[in-house]
Design a protein around this ligand. Sequence first.
Ligand code: ADP
Ligand code: MG
Length: 319
Amino acid sequence: DELVSQIAAGEVVERPASVVRELVDNALDAGARQITVKLVAGGIRAIIIEDDGSGIPADELPLAIKRHATSKIRSLAELEGVSTMGFRGEALAAIASVSEMAIISRTADAPHAQRLDARSGELQPAARAVGTSIEVRELFFSTPARRKFLKSESTELAHATEAVRRHALARPDVGFAIWHEGKLVEQWRRATHEQRMADVLGADFVTESRAVDLAAGPMRVLGRAGLPEASRARADHQYAYVNGRYVRDKLVAHALRSAYEDVLHGQRQPAYVLFIDIDPTRVDVNVHPTKIEVRFRESGEVYSAVRRAVESVLAATGG
Ligand code: ADP
Ligand code: MG
């Protein structure tokens, strides 16, 4: 069973950034308004994520780290229209199988917090405000072959920061802070969507882009698309979301490329942050364990909506 968990973990946990992504997903699902990420050695030595969400009831703590234990989906029918970031109940079990994990959590009606040591299963009273802290130490300590695949601390830190950035762009209503070895490296306070984009991507992303807003049937495409003449047209400022979830989707990427084709002549990469909101029954997010890929029911409609949304902005600016 340990082996099965470790193999399963390989699909979800590739590096510290994957841990960060899953734990921030969980914090958001728990309704957190403030999420703090603390890293040591780029996350290889330690990843500590603190949130002020609903917390986990003491009697559910041991369950949270069991495989396929999720509090978010109760039926197959619910899986069809899943609105939470998580639903597979695999992340905590997977991470616990390849690290030293502890969970400290407290719900609003609990007299104090409880700390669960994932390895020993030991539960102890602890002190903290309502919410959850998850500590993940010594990632891949028991699988040295996997640990060897990790890059330098600074590269892992960059990936972990990028994972938080992806969440932060989608959730300006939540404050984020990233600490590395006791130093504050990023802080994004709760803000409007536009202000958050400026805070995360730089003020020039906002001044050199235009708002996109197109409704098409059960779908809405919102966000900002970079102007073709933008000095910072950059491939690393390309963010696409489906129902609030960051995706790397070929269809969306291709629709954007074709929208920009005539104005960029394939010379440069456009910057964009696009949110595609669609009736959740028309999209399958259960395609890949990390949920980074999605499958649309009406992919042609999605393709043309994204393309039209961006083209209309480019046309309006005479680009
Ligand atoms: P999933 O998110 O797919 O449900 P996870 O393995 O990520 O599965 O988490 C297992 C369960 O642990 C969640 O369903 C949730 O009940 C609980 N949980 C995990 N992290 C948090 C958190 N930060 N706050 C509250 N509950 C949490
Ligand atoms: Mg989860």
